[in-house]
Design a protein around this ligand. Structure first.
Ligand code: NAI
Length: 459
């Protein structure tokens, strides 16, 4: 009997284990595959490594613009994958060592919830005062589209290309679709994105979607919005995709990126009375389920499927179990970054959400164009900073949303989230000195402008 048994060692599960052990609790961590889960092995880390390789390819291809003579001779998929594997392996080794050094017991195998406070792995029962469910997510598939891993792929396959396709159709213009479209394009692939909704990254502010779409088109990516895929089949030479309305598209490969579903089926959750909805585990704001002693974190809980949300939920649960009183997570304060070229990053409310919540009269927005930002000009990127503010009377009111588009802007989200998280008013940010020349200055100048004292704007 231990204090906590955790089922799944992805971002949510292992963060919970580390924090629980730090708080003096005894922990058993059950993992069917490798420590680190989706994010470390087939998600955030390897995809961002591929996207970095894509950036290097773009830099070589575009070097002439900077007076540097370099040529892009080609992409070696094996070596790109080896580079990404190198990053993953190093982090995996570090994580394995850390978990060991905290005295956490790792059980290798597929576990099932077999009682409110017990998990069974290969016939052995592990009991804990608390059980934390953290079994993560997997790619969603569409009925009638058979993923074969060669012509019709999920992101798991696209991460490990034996050779690069000449052309690709990306089904779904969400985060995964846009990141793969971006990196494939950088590697010279002809890319078409097919998205059923009217815009890419539909969870983002409309202005960000429009800017991304423009930039993608300029990069030669064929973006088809308002186009639903109805079917797809592998052919001898590639794949044929049917759209609603009957049009067909062909390409070498198809990437299916229509979301990720919770991995909760057949794990005993329902049998033990855990409340579920559409496969997700329902929790309160402490991440506690309806069953006493059973908690749930990460992608199996409804909400943003992001590693950093999982980390925070894992930490939160460990602290509750240890008897602390952690602050609930503000889901809107969770930063979102799409690491495409250009990047899209945001925190807080979109303009539309703010208008819906506070009314149009109580919402003010400001767009600062990166054309006025020296560092962005140096790196030849276009984009913008958009601030959404809730007005509380004349000249007062906090910034409730920050939306960024442009190469490198993902790194600005740290400052943006502090502004949002501390409910800063433009007047609070305006006096803060931003280093010159940085892209952070764009955030500073946007707040100066919103505080009524724009520095570089024409009057
Ligand atoms: P998503 O839910 O973000 O996007 C899927 C898109 O597919 C939607 O826009 C949907 O309208 C479209 N779609 C669905 N069926 C369609 C059809 N038949 N025809 C045309 N379009 C169709 O899911 P995605 O991109 O697969 O990502 C899954 C999860 O992984 C997301 O929750 C995301 O947050 C997370 N993720 C986050 C990353 C990041 O933060 N940088 C990177 C990659 C994934």
């Amino acid at each position: 009997m231990v204090d906590v048994v955790i089922l799944g060692a992805g971002s949510g599960g292992y963060a919970c284990a580390l924090r629980a052990a730090q708080l003096g609790l005894t922990v058993t961590l059950v993992e069917a595959d490798r420590l680190g889960g989706t994010c470390l092995h087939v998600g955030c880390i390897p995809t961002k490594a591929l996207l970095h390789a894509a950036e290097v390819a773009d830099a070589a291809r575009e070097s002439e613009q900077y007076g540097v003579r370099a040529t892009l001779d080609g992409i070696d998929p094996d070596r790109v994958v080896a580079y990404a594997d190198g990053v993953v392996n190093k982090l995996h080794k570090g994580l394995t060592g850390l978990i060991k050094s905290r005295g956490i017991t790792v059980v290798q195998g597929a576990g099932r919830l077999t009682g409110p406070r017990e998990v069974t792995v290969d016939g052995t029962v592990y009991r804990g005062d608390h059980v934390v469910l953290a079994t993560g997510s997997e790619p969603r598939l569409l009925p009638g589209i058979e993923v074969d891993g060669e012509r019709i792929l999920t992101s798991d396959h696209a991460l490990r290309p034996e050779r690069l396709p000449g052309s690709a159709i990306v089904l779904g213009g969400g985060v995964i679709g846009c990141e793969f479209a971006s990196l494939w394009r950088s590697f010279g692939v002809e890319v078409t994105i097919v998205e059923a909704l009217s815009r890419l990254v539909a969870g983002e502010d409309e202005a960000s979607s429009a800017a991304l779409q423009r930039a993608f088109r300029k990069r030669g990516i064929d973006v088809r919005t308002g186009a639903a895929v109805e079917g797809a089949k592998a052919t001898d030479t590639g794949v044929e995709v049917t759209l609603a309305g009957g049009d067909t598209l062909t390409s070498d490969v198809l990437l299916v990126a229509v979301g990720r579903g919770p991995r909760t089926a057949g794990l005993g959750y329902e049998e033990q009375g855990v409340a579920m909805e559409r496969g997700f585990v329902l929790t309160d704001e402490r991440c506690a389920t309806n069953v006493e002693g059973v908690w749930a974190v990460g992608d199996i809980t409804p909400g943003l499927q992001l590693a950093h949300r999982g980390f925070q939920q894992g930490i939160l649960v460990a602290e509750h179990i240890a008897g602390l009183a952690p602050r609930p997570i503000d889901e809107r304060g969770i930063p979102r970054v799409t690491y495409s070229r250009p990047e899209v990053a945001s925190v807080g409310l979109t303009e539309a959400q703010a208008v819906e919540e506070y009314g149009a009269d109580a919402v003010q927005t400001l767009v600062y164009d990166l054309a006025g930002n020296g560092r962005s000009q140096i790196r030849k990127t276009q984009g913008s900073v958009k601030l959404v503010r809730r007005l509380e009377g004349e000249g007062a009111g906090p910034v409730v949303g920050i939306h960024l588009v442009g190469d490198g802007v993902g790194e600005l989200i740290g400052e943006a989230q502090l502004i949002y998280g501390w409910e800063a008013h433009p007047d609070d940010v305006a006096p803060l000195v931003h280093a010159h020349p940085t892209q952070h200055e764009a955030l500073g100048e946007a707040h100066l402008a919103l505080a009524g004292k724009p520095l570089h704007a024409h009057s």
